[in-house]
Design a protein around this ligand. Structure first.
Ligand code: NAD
Length: 435
Protein backbone atom coordinates (compact mmCIF):
# COMPACT_ATOMS: atom_id res chain seq x y z
CA UNK A 1 0.00 0.00 0.00
CA UNK A 2 1.04 3.64 -0.39
CA UNK A 3 1.04 5.36 2.94
CA UNK A 4 1.73 8.89 4.08
CA UNK A 5 2.52 9.63 7.74
CA UNK A 6 2.28 13.27 8.76
CA UNK A 7 4.30 14.11 11.87
CA UNK A 8 7.47 12.12 12.41
CA UNK A 9 7.73 12.19 16.19
CA UNK A 10 7.94 9.12 18.43
CA UNK A 11 4.65 7.77 17.07
CA UNK A 12 4.77 8.79 13.40
CA UNK A 13 8.33 7.73 12.73
CA UNK A 14 7.90 4.35 14.41
CA UNK A 15 4.58 3.71 12.63
CA UNK A 16 5.96 4.78 9.24
CA UNK A 17 9.09 2.67 9.61
CA UNK A 18 7.16 -0.40 10.75
CA UNK A 19 4.66 -0.10 7.87
CA UNK A 20 7.61 0.10 5.47
CA UNK A 21 9.14 -2.99 7.07
CA UNK A 22 6.14 -4.97 5.78
CA UNK A 23 6.70 -3.82 2.22
CA UNK A 24 4.46 -0.77 2.10
CA UNK A 25 5.76 2.38 0.46
CA UNK A 26 5.77 5.09 3.10
CA UNK A 27 6.29 8.84 2.78
CA UNK A 28 6.93 10.58 6.10
CA UNK A 29 6.13 14.29 6.25
CA UNK A 30 7.05 16.86 8.88
CA UNK A 31 7.04 20.66 9.10
CA UNK A 32 10.35 20.55 10.94
CA UNK A 33 12.87 20.93 8.10
CA UNK A 34 15.79 20.16 10.40
CA UNK A 35 14.21 16.83 11.37
CA UNK A 36 13.58 15.92 7.73
CA UNK A 37 17.14 16.89 6.79
CA UNK A 38 18.53 14.63 9.52
CA UNK A 39 16.26 11.75 8.57
CA UNK A 40 17.34 12.03 4.94
CA UNK A 41 20.91 11.59 6.21
CA UNK A 42 19.81 8.52 8.16
CA UNK A 43 19.92 10.26 11.55
CA UNK A 44 17.02 9.47 13.90
CA UNK A 45 16.26 12.69 15.80
CA UNK A 46 15.50 10.95 19.11
CA UNK A 47 16.46 7.75 20.90
CA UNK A 48 14.28 4.67 20.43
CA UNK A 49 15.90 1.22 20.66
CA UNK A 50 16.07 -0.61 17.32
CA UNK A 51 14.58 2.23 15.29
CA UNK A 52 17.72 3.41 13.52
CA UNK A 53 18.58 -0.02 12.15
CA UNK A 54 15.03 -0.62 10.89
CA UNK A 55 14.89 2.83 9.34
CA UNK A 56 18.21 2.40 7.49
CA UNK A 57 17.09 -0.92 6.05
CA UNK A 58 13.82 0.45 4.70
CA UNK A 59 15.39 3.61 3.32
CA UNK A 60 17.95 1.44 1.53
CA UNK A 61 15.18 -0.74 0.11
CA UNK A 62 13.45 2.39 -1.26
CA UNK A 63 10.30 1.94 0.78
CA UNK A 64 10.72 4.79 3.26
CA UNK A 65 10.96 8.44 2.22
CA UNK A 66 11.11 11.77 4.06
CA UNK A 67 9.86 15.14 2.89
CA UNK A 68 8.56 18.44 4.18
CA UNK A 69 6.27 18.66 1.17
CA UNK A 70 2.88 17.47 2.43
CA UNK A 71 1.32 17.71 -1.03
CA UNK A 72 3.77 15.14 -2.39
CA UNK A 73 3.01 12.76 0.43
CA UNK A 74 -0.77 13.08 0.11
CA UNK A 75 -0.89 12.84 -3.69
CA UNK A 76 1.14 9.65 -3.73
CA UNK A 77 -0.72 7.81 -0.98
CA UNK A 78 -4.10 6.24 -0.46
CA UNK A 79 -3.89 6.10 3.35
CA UNK A 80 -2.78 9.19 5.25
CA UNK A 81 -1.92 9.00 8.93
CA UNK A 82 -2.03 12.12 11.10
CA UNK A 83 0.49 11.65 13.93
CA UNK A 84 1.17 15.20 15.06
CA UNK A 85 1.31 16.34 18.67
CA UNK A 86 -1.81 17.09 20.70
CA UNK A 87 -0.34 19.07 23.59
CA UNK A 88 -2.24 20.57 26.44
CA UNK A 89 -4.05 23.91 26.56
CA UNK A 90 -3.69 25.84 29.81
CA UNK A 91 -7.13 24.60 30.92
CA UNK A 92 -6.08 20.95 30.43
CA UNK A 93 -7.97 20.35 27.19
CA UNK A 94 -6.18 18.89 24.16
CA UNK A 95 -4.86 21.44 21.70
CA UNK A 96 -6.07 20.29 18.30
CA UNK A 97 -4.52 23.08 16.25
CA UNK A 98 -1.89 20.82 14.66
CA UNK A 99 -4.37 18.06 13.81
CA UNK A 100 -6.84 20.50 12.26
CA UNK A 101 -4.11 22.42 10.41
CA UNK A 102 -2.95 19.15 8.86
CA UNK A 103 -6.55 18.25 7.93
CA UNK A 104 -6.83 21.57 6.08
CA UNK A 105 -3.56 20.98 4.24
CA UNK A 106 -4.65 17.47 3.29
CA UNK A 107 -7.92 18.83 1.86
CA UNK A 108 -6.00 21.13 -0.45
CA UNK A 109 -3.57 18.42 -1.54
CA UNK A 110 -6.08 15.63 -2.25
CA UNK A 111 -6.25 14.18 -5.74
CA UNK A 112 -8.78 11.37 -5.24
CA UNK A 113 -10.28 9.13 -2.56
CA UNK A 114 -8.16 9.07 0.62
CA UNK A 115 -8.44 7.31 3.92
CA UNK A 116 -7.42 9.83 6.56
CA UNK A 117 -6.40 8.08 9.76
CA UNK A 118 -6.02 9.92 13.00
CA UNK A 119 -3.27 8.32 15.07
CA UNK A 120 -2.77 11.18 17.49
CA UNK A 121 -4.49 10.97 20.87
CA UNK A 122 -7.55 13.17 20.45
CA UNK A 123 -10.75 13.86 22.39
CA UNK A 124 -14.09 12.34 21.47
CA UNK A 125 -15.57 14.18 18.51
CA UNK A 126 -12.28 14.98 16.78
CA UNK A 127 -12.99 12.71 13.78
CA UNK A 128 -16.13 14.78 13.22
CA UNK A 129 -14.11 18.00 13.49
CA UNK A 130 -11.55 16.70 10.99
CA UNK A 131 -14.39 15.75 8.64
CA UNK A 132 -15.87 19.21 8.98
CA UNK A 133 -12.55 20.87 8.11
CA UNK A 134 -12.12 18.60 5.09
CA UNK A 135 -15.64 19.36 3.88
CA UNK A 136 -15.29 23.09 4.49
CA UNK A 137 -12.08 23.11 2.49
CA UNK A 138 -13.82 21.46 -0.44
CA UNK A 139 -12.45 17.96 -0.07
CA UNK A 140 -14.61 15.05 -1.16
CA UNK A 141 -14.06 11.35 -1.43
CA UNK A 142 -12.58 10.58 1.93
CA UNK A 143 -13.24 8.64 5.07
CA UNK A 144 -11.85 9.57 8.46
CA UNK A 145 -10.60 6.69 10.62
CA UNK A 146 -9.66 6.84 14.31
CA UNK A 147 -6.71 4.60 15.08
CA UNK A 148 -5.20 5.62 18.46
CA UNK A 149 -1.68 4.41 19.12
CA UNK A 150 -0.75 2.38 22.19
CA UNK A 151 3.01 2.00 21.76
CA UNK A 152 5.32 2.68 24.70
CA UNK A 153 8.46 4.74 24.22
CA UNK A 154 11.48 2.55 24.90
CA UNK A 155 9.68 -0.51 23.49
CA UNK A 156 7.97 1.22 20.57
CA UNK A 157 9.14 -1.07 17.76
CA UNK A 158 8.19 -4.23 19.63
CA UNK A 159 4.83 -2.73 20.59
CA UNK A 160 4.07 -1.65 17.05
CA UNK A 161 5.19 -4.88 15.43
CA UNK A 162 3.37 -7.08 17.94
CA UNK A 163 0.57 -4.94 19.36
CA UNK A 164 -1.65 -6.16 22.18
CA UNK A 165 -4.54 -4.59 20.28
CA UNK A 166 -5.23 -2.34 17.33
CA UNK A 167 -8.25 -0.10 17.66
CA UNK A 168 -9.99 1.08 14.50
CA UNK A 169 -12.92 3.45 14.51
CA UNK A 170 -14.45 3.70 11.05
CA UNK A 171 -17.76 3.93 9.19
CA UNK A 172 -17.77 1.87 5.99
CA UNK A 173 -17.13 -1.80 5.31
CA UNK A 174 -14.80 -0.89 2.47
CA UNK A 175 -12.47 1.09 4.73
CA UNK A 176 -12.75 -1.47 7.49
CA UNK A 177 -11.41 -4.16 5.13
CA UNK A 178 -8.56 -1.94 3.90
CA UNK A 179 -7.51 -1.23 7.49
CA UNK A 180 -7.81 -4.92 8.36
CA UNK A 181 -5.58 -5.73 5.42
CA UNK A 182 -3.01 -3.08 6.40
CA UNK A 183 -2.73 -4.39 9.95
CA UNK A 184 -2.99 -8.09 9.10
CA UNK A 185 0.82 -8.36 8.92
CA UNK A 186 1.04 -7.31 12.55
CA UNK A 187 -1.49 -9.95 13.64
CA UNK A 188 0.29 -13.10 12.55
CA UNK A 189 -0.14 -14.99 15.81
CA UNK A 190 -3.54 -13.75 16.88
CA UNK A 191 -6.09 -11.31 15.57
CA UNK A 192 -6.22 -8.34 17.89
CA UNK A 193 -7.99 -5.74 15.78
CA UNK A 194 -11.09 -4.26 17.33
CA UNK A 195 -13.45 -2.29 15.13
CA UNK A 196 -15.84 0.29 16.51
CA UNK A 197 -17.23 3.75 15.87
CA UNK A 198 -14.87 6.73 15.79
CA UNK A 199 -15.99 8.21 19.09
CA UNK A 200 -15.50 4.98 21.04
CA UNK A 201 -12.05 4.52 19.47
CA UNK A 202 -11.08 8.02 20.56
CA UNK A 203 -12.27 7.47 24.12
CA UNK A 204 -10.64 4.04 24.44
CA UNK A 205 -7.15 5.54 24.35
CA UNK A 206 -7.90 8.03 27.11
CA UNK A 207 -9.59 5.37 29.22
CA UNK A 208 -6.48 3.17 29.05
CA UNK A 209 -4.02 5.93 29.91
CA UNK A 210 -6.23 7.32 32.66
CA UNK A 211 -6.59 3.87 34.22
CA UNK A 212 -2.84 3.25 34.16
CA UNK A 213 -2.18 6.66 35.70
CA UNK A 214 -4.78 5.89 38.37
CA UNK A 215 -3.02 2.63 39.16
CA UNK A 216 0.28 4.48 39.60
CA UNK A 217 -1.16 7.18 41.83
CA UNK A 218 -3.00 4.56 43.89
CA UNK A 219 0.11 2.48 44.58
CA UNK A 220 2.13 5.61 45.34
CA UNK A 221 -0.47 6.58 47.93
CA UNK A 222 -0.32 3.12 49.50
CA UNK A 223 3.50 3.25 49.49
CA UNK A 224 3.46 6.64 51.23
CA UNK A 225 1.09 5.22 53.84
CA UNK A 226 3.46 2.27 54.30
CA UNK A 227 6.16 4.71 55.39
CA UNK A 228 3.86 6.22 58.02
CA UNK A 229 2.83 2.79 59.29
CA UNK A 230 6.40 1.47 59.30
CA UNK A 231 5.48 -1.32 56.89
CA UNK A 232 7.20 -2.25 53.65
CA UNK A 233 5.42 -1.61 50.38
CA UNK A 234 7.52 -4.31 48.65
CA UNK A 235 5.50 -6.92 50.57
CA UNK A 236 2.21 -5.22 49.84
CA UNK A 237 3.04 -5.11 46.13
CA UNK A 238 3.84 -8.80 46.09
CA UNK A 239 0.49 -9.63 47.64
CA UNK A 240 -1.47 -7.26 45.41
CA UNK A 241 0.34 -8.47 42.31
CA UNK A 242 -0.46 -12.10 43.00
CA UNK A 243 -4.15 -11.35 42.58
CA UNK A 244 -4.95 -11.94 38.93
CA UNK A 245 -7.81 -9.45 39.12
CA UNK A 246 -5.32 -6.75 40.03
CA UNK A 247 -2.45 -7.91 37.81
CA UNK A 248 1.23 -7.53 38.64
CA UNK A 249 2.15 -4.69 36.31
CA UNK A 250 2.22 -1.00 37.11
CA UNK A 251 2.37 -1.69 40.83
CA UNK A 252 5.80 -0.15 41.42
CA UNK A 253 5.95 2.82 43.75
CA UNK A 254 8.13 5.68 42.57
CA UNK A 255 8.46 9.38 41.94
CA UNK A 256 5.29 9.74 39.88
CA UNK A 257 4.48 9.35 36.23
CA UNK A 258 5.74 11.71 33.54
CA UNK A 259 6.11 11.67 29.78
CA UNK A 260 4.18 13.14 26.93
CA UNK A 261 1.03 11.07 27.45
CA UNK A 262 -0.22 10.23 30.95
CA UNK A 263 -0.18 13.75 32.44
CA UNK A 264 -1.83 15.46 29.49
CA UNK A 265 -4.24 12.61 28.73
CA UNK A 266 -5.48 12.45 32.32
CA UNK A 267 -6.15 16.19 32.29
CA UNK A 268 -7.74 16.12 28.82
CA UNK A 269 -10.14 13.33 29.83
CA UNK A 270 -10.97 15.18 33.02
CA UNK A 271 -11.76 18.26 30.93
CA UNK A 272 -13.94 16.24 28.53
CA UNK A 273 -15.83 14.77 31.48
CA UNK A 274 -16.42 18.18 33.06
CA UNK A 275 -17.59 19.64 29.75
CA UNK A 276 -20.03 16.76 29.40
CA UNK A 277 -21.50 17.24 32.85
CA UNK A 278 -19.98 14.06 34.25
CA UNK A 279 -16.78 15.09 36.04
CA UNK A 280 -14.45 12.13 36.57
CA UNK A 281 -13.48 13.27 40.05
CA UNK A 282 -11.04 10.43 40.47
CA UNK A 283 -8.82 11.91 37.73
CA UNK A 284 -8.56 15.23 39.52
CA UNK A 285 -7.11 13.39 42.53
CA UNK A 286 -4.88 11.15 40.38
CA UNK A 287 -3.32 14.24 38.84
CA UNK A 288 -2.87 16.00 42.20
CA UNK A 289 -1.33 12.91 43.81
CA UNK A 290 1.11 12.68 40.94
CA UNK A 291 2.15 16.31 41.32
CA UNK A 292 2.96 15.78 44.98
CA UNK A 293 4.63 12.42 44.30
CA UNK A 294 7.12 14.16 42.04
CA UNK A 295 8.30 16.02 45.16
CA UNK A 296 8.64 12.97 47.40
CA UNK A 297 12.33 12.41 46.72
CA UNK A 298 13.14 16.11 47.07
CA UNK A 299 11.29 16.19 50.42
CA UNK A 300 13.33 13.24 51.70
CA UNK A 301 16.58 14.92 50.67
CA UNK A 302 15.51 18.24 52.18
CA UNK A 303 14.56 16.61 55.47
CA UNK A 304 17.77 14.57 55.63
CA UNK A 305 19.85 17.73 55.30
CA UNK A 306 17.72 19.55 57.91
CA UNK A 307 16.37 21.99 55.36
CA UNK A 308 19.83 23.25 54.43
CA UNK A 309 20.80 22.29 50.89
CA UNK A 310 22.99 25.32 50.21
CA UNK A 311 26.07 24.15 48.30
CA UNK A 312 25.29 20.48 48.90
CA UNK A 313 26.40 18.52 45.86
CA UNK A 314 23.74 16.03 44.73
CA UNK A 315 24.48 13.39 42.08
CA UNK A 316 21.55 12.33 39.92
CA UNK A 317 21.20 9.04 38.06
CA UNK A 318 18.52 9.13 35.39
CA UNK A 319 16.72 12.07 33.79
CA UNK A 320 14.42 10.59 31.12
CA UNK A 321 10.81 10.11 32.21
CA UNK A 322 11.44 6.37 31.99
CA UNK A 323 14.23 4.03 30.83
CA UNK A 324 14.71 3.33 27.13
CA UNK A 325 14.03 6.87 25.91
CA UNK A 326 15.60 10.33 25.84
CA UNK A 327 12.18 11.92 26.31
CA UNK A 328 12.06 14.28 29.28
CA UNK A 329 8.59 15.72 28.74
CA UNK A 330 6.99 16.14 32.19
CA UNK A 331 9.78 14.03 33.70
CA UNK A 332 9.89 13.94 37.52
CA UNK A 333 13.64 14.69 37.25
CA UNK A 334 12.84 18.21 36.06
CA UNK A 335 10.71 18.97 39.11
CA UNK A 336 13.26 17.46 41.52
CA UNK A 337 16.27 19.24 40.01
CA UNK A 338 14.46 22.60 39.90
CA UNK A 339 13.56 22.29 43.59
CA UNK A 340 17.11 21.31 44.54
CA UNK A 341 18.51 24.28 42.60
CA UNK A 342 16.01 26.62 44.27
CA UNK A 343 17.38 25.50 47.63
CA UNK A 344 20.94 26.27 46.57
CA UNK A 345 22.12 22.70 45.93
CA UNK A 346 24.65 21.93 43.23
CA UNK A 347 23.74 19.18 40.78
CA UNK A 348 25.71 16.66 38.77
CA UNK A 349 23.72 14.42 36.42
CA UNK A 350 24.11 11.28 34.36
CA UNK A 351 21.63 9.65 32.00
CA UNK A 352 22.59 7.14 29.27
CA UNK A 353 20.47 8.88 26.60
CA UNK A 354 18.87 12.10 27.82
CA UNK A 355 21.90 14.35 28.47
CA UNK A 356 21.42 16.28 25.24
CA UNK A 357 17.76 16.94 26.00
CA UNK A 358 18.66 17.86 29.60
CA UNK A 359 21.19 20.43 28.35
CA UNK A 360 18.45 22.18 26.40
CA UNK A 361 16.42 22.43 29.63
CA UNK A 362 19.01 23.23 32.33
CA UNK A 363 21.77 24.74 30.16
CA UNK A 364 24.75 25.58 32.40
CA UNK A 365 22.83 25.48 35.67
CA UNK A 366 23.95 21.90 36.36
CA UNK A 367 26.95 19.71 35.56
CA UNK A 368 26.65 16.88 33.01
CA UNK A 369 28.83 13.77 33.28
CA UNK A 370 29.08 10.67 31.17
CA UNK A 371 29.26 7.80 33.64
CA UNK A 372 27.52 6.64 36.80
CA UNK A 373 30.80 6.85 38.73
CA UNK A 374 31.54 10.43 37.70
CA UNK A 375 28.06 11.33 38.91
CA UNK A 376 28.83 10.22 42.47
CA UNK A 377 32.35 11.64 42.77
CA UNK A 378 32.48 13.90 45.83
CA UNK A 379 28.70 14.16 46.23
CA UNK A 380 26.83 14.63 49.50
CA UNK A 381 24.09 12.29 48.25
CA UNK A 382 23.00 10.32 45.21
CA UNK A 383 19.41 10.45 43.91
CA UNK A 384 18.26 7.74 41.52
CA UNK A 385 15.33 8.98 39.46
CA UNK A 386 15.08 6.78 36.35
CA UNK A 387 15.56 3.02 36.62
CA UNK A 388 17.94 2.40 33.71
CA UNK A 389 19.19 -1.20 33.68
CA UNK A 390 22.81 -0.15 33.98
CA UNK A 391 22.10 1.24 37.46
CA UNK A 392 21.12 -2.19 38.79
CA UNK A 393 24.51 -3.64 39.74
CA UNK A 394 27.08 -0.91 40.18
CA UNK A 395 30.26 -1.34 42.24
CA UNK A 396 28.92 -0.01 45.52
CA UNK A 397 32.32 -0.12 47.25
CA UNK A 398 33.76 2.10 44.55
CA UNK A 399 30.75 4.41 44.88
CA UNK A 400 31.03 4.61 48.65
CA UNK A 401 34.69 5.48 48.48
CA UNK A 402 34.16 8.38 46.11
CA UNK A 403 31.04 9.89 47.71
CA UNK A 404 31.50 12.55 50.38
CA UNK A 405 28.62 11.00 52.32
CA UNK A 406 27.30 7.49 51.68
CA UNK A 407 23.64 8.46 51.27
CA UNK A 408 21.34 7.24 48.51
CA UNK A 409 17.81 8.42 47.76
CA UNK A 410 16.32 5.82 45.47
CA UNK A 411 13.16 6.99 43.71
CA UNK A 412 12.66 3.58 42.06
CA UNK A 413 13.46 1.06 44.81
CA UNK A 414 16.23 -0.58 42.83
CA UNK A 415 18.21 -2.09 45.71
CA UNK A 416 17.74 -4.30 48.73
CA UNK A 417 17.58 -2.04 51.82
CA UNK A 418 19.27 -4.62 54.05
CA UNK A 419 22.15 -5.11 51.63
CA UNK A 420 22.56 -1.35 51.30
CA UNK A 421 22.79 -1.05 55.05
CA UNK A 422 25.37 -3.83 55.21
CA UNK A 423 27.36 -2.01 52.54
CA UNK A 424 27.40 1.05 54.78
CA UNK A 425 24.90 3.27 53.01
CA UNK A 426 22.09 5.31 54.46
CA UNK A 427 19.46 4.24 52.00
CA UNK A 428 16.08 5.86 51.41
CA UNK A 429 13.45 4.44 49.07
CA UNK A 430 9.72 4.81 48.47
CA UNK A 431 7.33 2.89 50.68
CA UNK A 432 9.56 1.89 53.61
CA UNK A 433 11.47 3.50 56.45
CA UNK A 434 15.26 3.46 56.16
CA UNK A 435 16.81 0.66 58.25
P1 NAD B 1 6.05 14.42 18.83
O1 NAD B 1 5.95 15.76 19.46
O2 NAD B 1 7.23 13.56 19.13
O3 NAD B 1 5.93 14.53 17.24
C1 NAD B 1 4.98 15.30 16.58
C2 NAD B 1 5.55 15.70 15.23
O4 NAD B 1 4.55 16.34 14.47
C3 NAD B 1 6.72 16.69 15.33
O5 NAD B 1 7.84 16.18 14.64
C4 NAD B 1 6.18 17.96 14.67
O6 NAD B 1 7.17 18.70 14.00
C5 NAD B 1 5.15 17.37 13.71
N1 NAD B 1 4.16 18.33 13.23
C6 NAD B 1 3.46 19.25 13.91
N2 NAD B 1 2.65 19.95 13.09
C7 NAD B 1 2.82 19.45 11.84
C8 NAD B 1 2.26 19.73 10.57
N3 NAD B 1 1.36 20.70 10.42
N4 NAD B 1 2.67 19.01 9.51
C9 NAD B 1 3.61 18.04 9.67
N5 NAD B 1 4.17 17.72 10.86
C10 NAD B 1 3.79 18.41 11.93
O7 NAD B 1 4.71 13.66 19.25
P2 NAD B 1 4.51 12.10 19.58
O8 NAD B 1 5.08 11.81 20.93
O9 NAD B 1 4.92 11.29 18.42
O10 NAD B 1 2.93 12.07 19.73
C11 NAD B 1 2.06 12.24 18.64
C12 NAD B 1 0.66 11.89 19.08
O11 NAD B 1 0.59 10.51 19.46
C13 NAD B 1 0.16 12.67 20.31
O12 NAD B 1 -1.20 12.88 20.18
C14 NAD B 1 0.43 11.72 21.45
O13 NAD B 1 -0.43 11.95 22.54
C15 NAD B 1 0.15 10.38 20.81
N6 NAD B 1 0.85 9.23 21.40
C16 NAD B 1 2.14 9.36 21.81
C17 NAD B 1 2.81 8.27 22.35
C18 NAD B 1 4.23 8.38 22.82
O14 NAD B 1 4.68 7.48 23.53
N7 NAD B 1 4.97 9.44 22.48
C19 NAD B 1 2.15 7.03 22.44
C20 NAD B 1 0.84 6.93 21.98
C21 NAD B 1 0.20 8.05 21.46
Amino acid sequence: MNICVIGVGYVGLVAGTCFAEYGNEVICVDVDDEKIKKLKQGIVPFYEPGLEELLHRNVKENRLFFTSNLKDGVENSSIIFIAVGTPEHEDGSADLQYVLAVAKQIAHAMNGFKIIVNKSTVPVGTAEKVKEVLNNEGAHNFEVVSNPEFLKEGAAIEDFMRPERVVIGCESNKVREIMRDLYSDFMKRKNRITFMDNRSAELSKYACNAFLATKISFVNEIANLCEKLNTNYAHIREVMGSDSRIGNQFLYAGVGYGGSCFPKDVRALLKTSVENDHPLQILDIVDKINDSQKLILFNKIYTYFNGNLKDKLIGIWGLAFKPGTDDMREAPSIVIIKKLLEEGAKIKVFDPEALKVAKSIFENKIEYVTSIYQAVQGVDALALITEWREFRHPDFNKIKNTMKQAVIFDGRNQYNPLKMKELGFTYFGIGFQPL
